[in-house]
Design a protein around this ligand. Structure first.
Ligand SMILES: [Zn+2]
Length: 264
């Protein structure tokens, strides 16, 4: 019997193959536009992939990802303080998928109450040993109605249990709280040119890839009240040419990264 593949966001069984070359196992939901791998790597495979990717050397130098490296996290921290935190009466922030806890550390250094959640034991151990605080190990442990802001920086594309994670995020946010999400843009300039060979598609732990429409659909279905676009890229602080290039790409909808704010 043929296995029926169901979209994780809208439960539709209608889908089409995305790439004919390179990463040919991506499907796209014909109903909501979610792009996902036909078969997720098993937990043991994923653990092995992460172990190679997040070796201690990479963790320390912040070379794991462009968008979640040291420079980018500092830029996000400043941006979030400017854009989201002044509006919150009591600023409590949770970084979902905190890695080794660097963003949490930056928030704390800025005087903001911040926590993190990270499922990878190695990253949690690194955080405790080198930064002196612990991270939540599971979404079951998160307090309800506790945070004004939850950040998910380059993490949703990794989550095998996408909708239940978003439900956990919604539950831990206070009423009126906001979720800040960044993720690679499957309709970005580089993605359009490189297709199945696009760097973000080739990462085997990227289980989902989004565009503006599909991420909005997903967040609304997850129960968020409103989704707003954020025109911000960490690279735009690198000088005027980068800023101009970044702005132009964002205006044309072809920037490499999508950033959105969803309100509970
Ligand atoms: Zn769908």
């Amino acid at each position: 019997m043929r296995n029926v593949i169901i979209c994780a966001v809208c439960s539709s069984t209608e889908h089409a193959r995305v790439f004919s070359e390179g990463e040919t196992d991506f499907l796209i939901c014909q109903n909501c536009g979610l792009m996902f791998r036909e078969r997720f790597p098993a937990m043991t495979e994923l653990t092995a992939i992460y172990a190679t990717h997040y070796q201690a050397g990479n963790i320390v130098s912040g070379r794991t990802e462009q968008e979640s490296g040291e420079y980018a996290l500092e830029a996000y921290c400043r941006f979030l303080q400017r854009r989201l935190l002044p509006a919150a009466s009591i600023s409590r922030v949770l970084d979902y998928g905190a890695g080794t806890g660097r963003l949490v550390e930056l928030f704390r250094a800025a005087g903001i109450q911040a926590d993190g959640i990270e499922v990878a034991p190695d990253a949690r151990r690194y955080c405790l040993k080198n930064r002196g605080f612990d991270l939540f190990a599971s979404s079951n442990l998160l307090p309800e109605n506790a945070y004004e802001v939850v950040t998910m920086i380059e993490i949703i594309e990794h989550l095998p249990n996408l909708m239940s994670d978003l439900a956990a995020v919604r539950k831990t946010l206070r009423q009126g709280g906001v979720l800040f999400v960044t993720t690679p843009n499957r309709l970005g300039l580089r993605a359009r040119m490189q297709k199945g060979y696009w760097r973000e598609a080739r990462k085997k732990f990227h289980l989902f890839l989004f565009d503006r429409a599909s991420i909005e659909q997903m967040l609304l279905r997850a129960g968020f009240a409103r989704v707003d676009w954020v025109r911000f890229s960490p690279l735009q602080n690198s000088g005027f040419p980068f800023w101009l290039y970044g702005r132009a790409c964002q205006c044309l909808g072809v920037s490499g990264t999508l950033a959105v704010i969803a309100r509970r």
